[in-house]
Design a protein. Structure first.
Length: 412
């Protein structure tokens, strides 16, 4: 027998040794990548599409950055994030169908909410029925969290906080102002304005006019006649982008003698600059602005998020996009704390969350009668100004501790 024939060439021995080393290394670091599916709908079409797409961009940026870093890492496993996502067409009936589909057919592990309080309330019925965790963003109406749910977690400061910041700023500037409320007859706007009226009266303001308009209203002439006739000096209200931007244009065209205009949602969009001078001076309650600094315990800094978002989308981030990214970040943190994707353990980690990210503080109520309600996050008031070159820019004007510019009052 010739034993020399059983010896392998040196180059083969090296390749086998290298392969064995790689296999041992992968095993030693617990390399076991598996997919994690997050389901949600986007209003790619319909009345909510502008704000919903900005929220979606936040989801996308978070997913891409997580996967580029090797996935969500927990207890020796690495979870690659994949989305199951559909166009809800801004339609609640489609939301109900699609969230059922994502749970039963797409086998979504976790859910993000659609954009808007109304669509989110519909989605929540489905996710609670199947015991699935859903982080809600772009949805501030609080009633959904009073129904004894167990798996909802709200990222936005609740609706009563929206116009409170505007009224606080107004109180400091002009405590004798007369106030009109003009707002969309929709779940979110009603949930914002109802407590705002009471708060305005508590602050000593004279509320001289209040009226809701039908969703999809495009001509505000009649209601603006009433505002002017009321001799209000300040108007608060609005709804979402489509109606809010139209309202802003028509207010400017009518040359309404208002010292302060605060509209919900619409002025936070990058598209607001398309209004030109009609958009300057208008205020918007905001969940997040890049001028407000925060020291994150995990995730990117404010500056890094702002830079990364601009680089990816060639656009300024809005609070909707920041909220979308933050929803992913908080879910990621909970999975890491839970050591995996077991729903009960992740829910427990979310219940225990009290954390600061670039988006600010996040904490969820845990009492049964308000479970999942956001109790840690604070809002700011932003206003459109012109910079030295005449370009419209959004500045934080309240609270004073966070301001990047003074409140322009009166507007013009």
């Amino acid at each position: 027998m010739h034993f020399e024939n059983i010896f392998l060439p040196r180059w083969i021995v090296k390749q086998v040794t290298l392969l064995a080393f790689v296999l041992v290394l992968l095993a030693s670091v617990g390399f076991c990548q598996q997919p994690i599916t997050i389901g949600f709908t986007v209003s790619k079409t319909g009345a909510l599409n502008v704000d919903s797409l900005e929220q979606y961009r936040g989801f996308e940026l978070w997913r891409d950055q997580v996967n580029a870093a090797g996935g969500i890492k927990a207890s020796g496993k690495s979870y690659k994030v994949q989305f199951a996502s559909y166009d809800d067409e801004s339609n609640s009936k489609r939301v109900q169908q699609l969230y059922t589909r994502m749970i039963l057919e797409d086998k979504a592990d976790f859910l993000f909410s659609p954009y808007s309080s109304g669509l989110t309330a519909t989605a929540a019925v489905v996710t609670e029925q199947y015991g699935k965790i859903m982080l809600t963003t772009g949805a501030a109406e609080g009633k959904t969290y009073t129904l004894g749910n167990h798996y909802l977690f709200q990222m936005f400061a609740p609706a009563p906080e929206y116009l409170k910041v505007a009224l606080d700023a107004l109180k400091a500037k002009d405590p004798k102002a007369t106030v009109a409320f003009v707002y969309e007859d929709a779940a979110f706007s009603v949930a914002v304005v109802t407590p705002a009226k009471a708060y305005a009266q508590q602050q000593g303001f004279n509320v001289v006019f209040s009226e809701a308009y039908a969703p999809n209203t495009t001509d505000f002439s009649a209601i603006l006649d009433k505002v002017i006739a009321s001799k209000a000096t300040v108007m608060l209200g609005g709804g979402h982008y489509a109606d809010g931007s139209t309202l802003g244009r028509q207010l400017y065209a009518r040359k309404a003698a208002l010292k302060m205009i605060t509209l919900l949602v619409a002025p936070d969009s990058e598209k607001w600059v398309e209004l030109g001078d009609a958009g300057v001076g208008v205020c918007v309650p905001s969940q997040w602005e890049p001028q407000v600094t925060a020291k994150p315990q995990f995730g990117p800094t404010v500056a890094q998020f702002d830079k990364d978002y601009r680089a990816k989308f060639n656009a300024e981030p809005s609070y909707e996009s920041a909220g979308g990214y933050a929803a992913g970040l908080i879910l990621q943190h909970a999975i890491e704390k839970a050591g995996g994707i077991d729903a009960a353990k992740v829910a427990e980690a979310l219940n225990a969350t009290d954390a600061t990210t670039f988006y600010g503080r996040t904490q969820f109520a845990t009492a049964p009668n308000e479970h999942g309600l956001q109790v840690g996050h604070s809002m700011v008031l932003a206003q459109w100004h012109k910079d030295k070159s005449g370009k419209p820019v959004k500045q934080v004007v309240w609270p004073l501790a966070s301001k990047s510019a003074n409140l322009a009052y009166p507007i013009r």
